[in-house]
Design a protein around this ligand. Structure first.
Ligand code: PMP
Ligand code: GLN
Length: 412
């Protein structure tokens, strides 16, 4: 095994998808919608399959299909108040996953430090290690224990964050809205991060795949729009999350060309180009949305509007069963503290090291309900912080959420 792969283990996704295939639970684990994507999105792909232009089935431009980068440039130029050059400031990738990979591989050198906020989307850590960089972790901490808990109650300690920055720091990876807490970083919090990035000349990678999924009127602030941040920020998005088509695996990164060209080099040397029909389909879908931005029928508004009652429904059935959910301000996941249930459970049949793994596996096998163990989103020394929690996904058909509520009734 080459050194860069030593210590890498199969991800929680590979493990829990296999578990779901074996036990066939009601799956509230991996994050994807189980309902139909918008019709105009899937129809676009059907139209493309039948389109008389044969070139829609051949290779397209390596750094991104022109119709798609044009649509993204229109969208984000408006949102960030900069004129994005579609050919140089945007890269289309194989999901946000590859955008993260190309960003990290394209910038981090051996021994350079990358600040990662815990819990974190699990691939950040192994990607930094693949680049021979050094991940430095800082956990979000829950600032209250009683009463209803909001994702806004998961906060960074300013002093701790400040102490992590030093001359070896290359980048910080931010994720807002956040997976798995649902935290939407508020402007003030982003300003503190931005000030440290400017002070230490650090790059900011902003993973914003859930950018349209915000609730309760909370604003999604793009850190690249804060003073002095455009030139040091790479922002990442996902068509899978934007249009509820996670299987399409089309993502992107945008930012100043000086940074994006480094990603383009990694992309050229690994993936080279993404599927043409899918990029064309995402482009056509964005064109539909660009024409109705801000209008009530915009999918970017209807989706969170439809999702919010599901969030509240889940929070209620988890609370009724005795768990303590964190109400997310964004995204489509909910963390819940399941420890109040512990006295009622015998998890001794499960041999995993961490209690959240035992709980989620036991639940899959014995209750037919799957969640994700959030310690997968922590570095080894901090995994204990997550053992009382489970992550459930609520972008599911109401009927499936009803079934989950029914299953948990034995504890209410
Ligand atoms: N970042 C975060 C925070 C995610 O939750 C995910 C999973 N969708 C990704 C990146 C990867 O997105 P994609 O499916 O577009 O590769
Ligand atoms: N982002 C999704 C989640 O957190 C999917 C993760 C994955 O499949 N890698 O569940």
């Amino acid at each position: 095994l080459p050194k860069r792969l030593q210590g890498s283990t199969p991800s929680v996704w590979n493990e829990y998808i296999a578990l779901a295939m074996q036990y066939k639970p009601l799956n509230l684990g991996q994050g994807f919608p189980d309902d139909a994507a918008p019709e105009y999105v899937t129809n676009a792909l059907a139209d493309i399959a039948k389109d008389e232009n044969p070139l829609l089935h051949q290779y397209t431009r390596g750094n991104g299909h022109v119709r798609l980068v044009n649509a993204l440039s229109k969208l984000y130029s408006g949102l960030v108040g900069k004129d994005l050059n579609p050919l140089s400031d945007i890269l289309i990738t194989s999901g946000a996953y590859e955008a993260l990979y190309s960003t990290i591989m394209g910038h981090v050198d051996e021994g350079e430090e990358v600040i990662i906020i815990e819990p974190f989307f699990d691939c950040y850590e192994p990607m930094v290690k693949m680049a021979r960089g050094v991940p430095r972790f800082i956990p979000l901490k829950l600032r209250k224990k009683d009463g209803p808990i909001s994702s806004a109650d998961w906060v960074l300690n300013d002093l701790e964050l400040e102490k992590l920055f030093n001359e070896k720091t290359k980048m910080i990876i931010l994720n807002t809205p956040h997976n798995p807490t649902g935290k939407v970083f508020h402007r003030q919090e982003l300003e503190r991060i931005a000030a440290l990035c400017r002070k230490w000349n650090v790059l900011c990678v902003s993973d914003e795949v859930y950018e349209w999924l915000v609730f309760d009127g909370v604003e999604h602030v793009r850190i690249c729009t804060l003073p002095g941040m455009w030139d040091r920020t790479i922002t990442i998005g996902s068509a899978g999350k934007t249009f509820s088509v996670t299987g399409w695996k089309i993502g992107w990164a945008y930012g100043p060309h000086r940074l994006i060209r480094n990603l383009q080099m990694v992309h050229q040397n690994s993936v080279y180009t993404c599927p043409t029909p899918l990029q064309e389909g995402v482009a056509r879908s964005f064109e539909v949305e660009l024409a109705r931005m801000g209008k009530p029928e915009s999918y970017f508004l209807t989706l969170p509007r439809e999702l919010q009652p599901k969030r509240d429904f889940m929070a209620k059935f988890l609370s009724d069963a005795g768990m303590r959910p964190t109400i997310p301000e964004g995204g489509y996941f909910m963390l819940a503290d399941w420890s109040p249930l512990a006295p009622k459970l015998d998890l001794s049949s499960e041999l995993d090291k961490h209690r959240d793994y035992k709980f989620t596996k036991w639940m899959t096998k014995n209750m037919g309900l799957q969640g994700i163990p959030p310690s997968a989103f922590y570095s080894e020394p901090n995994k204990h912080l997550a053992e009382d929690f489970v992550r459930y996904c609520f972008i599911k058909k109401q009927g499936n959420l009803d079934k989950a509520a029914e299953l948990l009734k034995i504890w209410s």
